[in-house]
Structures are given as C-alpha cells and as structure tokens.
Design a protein around this ligand. Structure first.
Ligand code: 5AD
Ligand code: FES
Length: 362
C-alpha cells in the first residue's frame, strides 16, 4: 500500500516538474511530451490548465476576443477524406452567399460588437481574386476598424498577395498534421503536404497574421504525430493556433472513425499556450460539439478566442464539416449573447476589440 502511494507521489512530482519546466523554458523533450500526452490523469490536466491560465492572463488578462464567422460558400473543389463538404459528397446542399449578403452579415457583426470578421469557405473557384478583393474592400470601407480574416484554403502566392493588398489582415490555414505520411492518409493524392506548408510560408512572408493547427484524434493519428505538430508550431511560430477534435461526418470515408476527445484537445490547448505564450488560441465549435462545456473548459485551459457564427440562419445548417455541429439553429445575436454569458460564467469577459496578436499592434 505504502509503496503504491509513494509511486503515485513520485509520478505527481514528475508531472509537476514537467509543467514547471514547460512554463519556464517553453519546451520539453519528446519523451516528456509523450508522457504528458499519454497520461490520463485529471490531475495532470488541471496542473497544465492552471499554468496555461496564469500565462494567458499575464499577457491577455481576462479578455476573450470574438471572431464573427461568415461561412460564405460550401462549394469545395477538394475531397479531403474527413470533411463533410468535400466535392464527392452528393448529399451536401450547396450554397454561396452573394457579395451583398456577406456585407450585410458584416454590418450585423459590427453592430453586435465584432471587430474581426472571418470569411470562411470551401475552395470554391467561383470566388476569384477579383470577387474576393471587392468583398474585402467592401468590408474595410464600411468598417475600417475591423480586422478581416480569410479561411479559404490553398491559393498561389500572387493571390494571397492581392487579397492582402485589398486589406485582409489574417489568414487561417490549418496544417492538419505535420507528418507527411499522416497527411496522405487524410487527403487524396492531388493534395500535397509540401504545398500546404508552402502556402503557410507564403502567407507569413506576405505579412499576414497566420493561423495553423491540427485536428485532434483524427484517423491514424498517433501521439508521435501530435509531438511533430507541436514541434512544427514551435518552429513556424504562427500568431494563431486553431485546434479541435476530429468529428466524423456520416457522408465521408471516415464516417465510422471515432471522434477525438475533449480531454486531449484541452490538454493540447494548455501545452500550446505554454509553448507559444502570446498566441491567439480559439476554443472551437468542434470542441463545443464533443463536450457541451468544451469551450468553457478550453478557456479555462488557456484559450483566449471564441468564434460565434455570423452566417445567415438559412445556410447555417448547410456548412456541416462534421456531424452534430452546435449553434446551427441560433441567430447571430442569440449566439453572441450565449457565448458572452458562457465566458463570463467562467470568470472571463468578451471584449469589443480586433484582438490582434501582440506582435501586430501599433
Ligand atoms: N472534424 C473536425 N474538424 C474538421 N475540419 C474539417 N472536417 C472536420 C471534421 N470532420 C476542420 C479542418 C479544417 C477546418 C476548417 O475544419 O481542420 O481545416
Ligand atoms: Fe452559439 Fe451558444 S454560442 S448558441
């Protein structure tokens, strides 16, 4: 009995040391990361969350930044195995918003207090550079104090440059996995790991605040892959990191694969906060989908961004990357009120601010 409890004490001490080392040096060895990621102890998770909170509060206080998400097209030319709006899903009801509809959404977002508008969509060739430039300029003219974030996939560098010159400030492009073989298990042959990485480098070179990130618990993912993801984040130094659990979609190749867990996602949020102290880290909708309190737990583990949905009510139920997505029935105003209440309940506050990365403030 005594030896058993002394083993437990030693283990706790070891994890306490790891959390301390991670906070102080922003780094751990692969072996140490492996031990943290594989541990199923609640105590370890709360140890990490506590330190992650401390670090985020030192930099960002209690502020939680809002991003108004406009899902403006669910047409996509790609066929990623995990994604519900992949081109070969004949059951997806396709839609595109008009420029006017997008601008109206941004007006509503502005009124509701959003100072970042995120334009997210599938890779839809209808949205040429010219069309997107008009939309970006339109938002910027009406709301010069808003940041515009794009999340529209892989394009060439000239295109990224044009959109940046039109006024786009930030770009979200998840790397999905930092392991080439794993990337190929999640994507068809025509999509390449190298091109994905090239896009991320191009975006940084142009001057965007860049967000990358991975799905947690995606099919075939091993702890070793997650360690590679963390190493990639340390090296690339993105301004934002979007992570969420993989959730199967019934019309995809991965319909029968298990979902990633809230627990591992939340642990990774804490580790990422400790590795990249000043990054912008959303508590994602996918996290809120696998656990009704997921977003709150994410905030308590170091996340400092939430992304309520601003898409018009009649298309919300059609932008379904995965099953059981939350907030598809709510109006934007309702969604933001609900989000603000959730954030306040855990001791934080949503703020009316662009919420730039601290390296991009003037
Ligand atoms: N489960 C969870 N996240 C998904 N995404 C796409 N499909 C799924 C899914 N089935 C994520 C990808 C993509 C982002 C927009 O949504 O990481 O980059
Ligand atoms: Fe959308 Fe709660 S955040 S309904």
């Amino acid at each position: 009995m005594d030896t058993e409890s002394s083993v437990e004490t030693k283990k706790s001490e070891y994890f306490l040391q790891l959390a301390e080392k991670l906070e102080n040096t922003r780094d751990l060895t692969d072996e140490e990361l492996f031990a943290l990621l594989e541990s199923d102890s609640e105590e370890v998770d709360s140890l990490l969350a506590e330190r992650a909170r401390k670090v985020r509060e030192r930099i960002y206080g209690k502020d939680v930044y809002l991003r108004g998400l406009i899902e403006f097209t669910n047409y996509c030319k790609n066929d990623c195995y995990y994604c519900g709006i992949r081109r070969s899903n004949r059951n997806a009801e396709r839609y595109r918003l008009s420029a006017e509809q997008i601008l109206e959404c941004s007006d509503l977002g502005y009124e509701l207090g959003f100072r970042t508008i995120v334009l997210q969509g599938g890779e839809d060739p209808y949205f040429t550079d010219d069309r997107l430039v008009t939309i970006i300029k339109g938002i910027k003219e009406r709301h010069p104090d808003c940041a515009v974030t794009l999340s529209i996939g892989e394009r060439d560098k000239e295109s990224y440059q044009k959109l940046f010159d039109a006024g786009a400030d930030r770009y979200l492009l998840r790397h999905e996995t930092a392991d080439k073989c794993h990337y190929e298990q999640l994507h068809p042959k025509e999509l390449s790991f190298e091109h994905r990485m090239q896009c991320l480098r191009d975006l940084h070179e142009i001057g965007y605040q860049v967000g990358c990130g991975m799905m947690v618990g995606s099919p075939y993912q091993k702890t070793e892959h997650l360690i590679k993801d963390l190493r990639f984040l340390q090296e690339f130094k993105p301004e934002m990191v979007g992570i969420g659990p993989f959730i199967p979609h019934h019309d995809t190749e991965f319909a029968d694969k298990p979902a990633g867990t809230a627990k591992l996602t939340i642990k990774l949020l804490s580790i990422i906060r400790l590795m990249l102290p000043d990054c912008l880290l959303p508590a994602t909708t996918a996290l809120g989908t696998v656990d009704p309190k997921g977003r709150e737990k994410g905030i308590l583990a170091g996340a400092n961004v939430v992304m309520p949905n601003l898409s018009p009510g009649n298309v919300r139920g059609k932008y379904l990357l995965y099953d059981n997505k939350i907030c598809t029935g709510d109006e934007a105003a309702e969604c933001i009120r609900c989000m603000a209440a959730r954030v306040e309940k855990v001791g934080y506050r949503v703020v009316e601010s662009r919420g730039d990365h601290i390296g991009f403030r003037n």
